[in-house]
Design a protein around this ligand. Structure first.
Ligand SMILES: Cc1ncc(COP(=O)(O)O)c(C=O)c1O
Length: 396
């Protein structure tokens, strides 16, 4: 059976990680893998998570199954985090939410639901988009097409071209949008652009599938959810895949949720029963541990306040680094404008240099970013900013 299988070439990001690890140079800089890092280069467990975990372990009396829908308290708490408790869609009971193994699980489950209803659906994604969107969406049997998004010249969004592409889509087409902190570019839609996009999505009858993996790490918990909240207030149907990997630092615990906005409460119930059935056929039950921690943090006023402070600290650190690195680049590479980095949001920026320059940074200066020049801003530190800017100056 398996003798004919060809080996898969390892994901370039995994090769990059291995090369970084093997590099003995003490000044090496890791801007590759997409996890948050602190000033010491660590990806720490948040103190609120540690506390909630301790309380939960002391309280837990069984390891029995949680059920295919997951932890219902967690699902409701995530609805309130994503949409806010008084959101009209929640008041009208039009949102159904299922716990998933990470944002990836939510993206895959959402794709499976779309395929169930309309197997020939095409999911339209931004150019570029997160590398795993393709495997997750296409793995369910759906097709992928691209709409224009990133404007390399300005480091922002080619919004006119994006709107024009949406205007040409057939009714019912699925459009995958990043809620905030666009991965890999860092270029986000403004509130005004979300409103303009809404008008086109309404007029064309498109189905938005929103991926929110960085709530709180861009401008704030509310601002980062602006598009999701607007679309869920104004549209008949929306799918939203949420990840708690970054904002709770729970990566390996696999915590996420899929939120489905339906036209009516009855339609929501039917769709939810299908989601539960689909989940049963893929992972059966989601892992409990991380979701139980998130639930406890969101429901305990003291832990919640502490977590809010921790998310703000991560966000402030990223924003501070964006500012500082632009200052350093101004000094060392005055011939080139890198000010777009400060206008972008979240952990990533497309640096906009060639593959050859990326490779020169890696081999000559021990600075690691992916070949497309996506860099994880959180991998910078106050003590390596100048080293980084000098290295860039030498490869430009
Ligand atoms: C854009 C985007 N969506 C979704 C995810 C989902 O991550 P996870 O499955 O680890 O929660 C990520 C993680 O890197 C991401 O960058």
């Amino acid at each position: 059976m398996f003798e004919r299988l060809e080996p898969v070439i390892p994901d370039p990001i995994l090769r990059l990680m291995a090369a970084y690890r093997a590099d003995p140079e003490p000044r090496k800089v890791d801007l590759g893998i997409g996890v948050y890092r602190d000033d010491r280069g660590d990806t720490p467990i948040l103190p609120s998570v540690r506390q909630a975990e301790r309380i939960m372990l002391a309280r837990q009396e069984t390891k029995s199954y949680v059920g295919s829908a997951g932890n219902l308290g967690y699902n409701a708490a995530m609805d309130r985090l994503v949409l806010a408790a008084d959101h009209p869609a929640l008041v009208a009971k039009r949102v159904r939410t299922i716990q998933t193994p990470g944002g990836c699980g939510a993206l895959r489950l959402g794709a499976e639901l779309i395929r169930l209803v309309r197997p020939d659906s095409i999911v339209h994604v931004s150019t570029p988009t997160w590398a795993n969107h393709g495997p997750l969406i296409c793995g369910s049997g759906l097709k992928l097409e691209h709409y224009p998004y990133f404007d390399a010249a300005s480091g922002g969004v080619q919004f006119g071209a994006m709107l024009a592409a949406f205007e040409r889509l057939p009714a019912g087409a699925v459009v995958l949008l990043h809620a905030s902190c666009h991965n890999p570019t860092g270029a986000d839609l403004s509130a005004g652009q979300w409103r303009e996009l809404l008008a086109v999505v309404q007029r064309r009858g498109l189905l938005p599938f929103i991926d929110m993996a960085y709530q709180g790490l861009g401008e704030g918990l509310e601002a980062d959810a602006f598009g999701v909240r607007l679309f869920c207030a104004e549209l008949p149907e929306v799918l939203c895949a949420v990840s708690c990997s970054k904002n709770f630092g729970l990566y390996r615990e696999r915590v996420g949720s899929l939120h489905l906005l339906s036209t009516t409460a009855a339609a929501g119930d039917a769709a939810f029963s299908q989601l539960v059935r689909l989940a049963r056929g893929i992972w059966s039950m989601p892992p409990d541990h991380g979701a139980a921690i998130v639930h406890d943090i969101l429901e305990d006023p003291r832990l919640r306040a502490q977590w809010l402070e921790e998310v703000s600290a991560m966000r402030r650190r990223i924003q501070g680094l964006r500012h500082e690195v632009v200052q350093q680049l101004k000094v060392h590479c005055p011939q080139r404008d890198f000010s777009f980095i400060e206008r972008q949001r979240g952990m990533f920026s497309f640096f906009g240099i060639s593959v050859e320059q990326v490779q020169a940074l890696r081999t000559q200066h021990h600075v690691y970013m992916t070949d497309d020049s996506r860099m994880n801003i959180a991998g910078l530190r106050p003590d390596n900013l100048e080293y980084f800017a000098r290295a860039v100056a030498q490869v430009l």
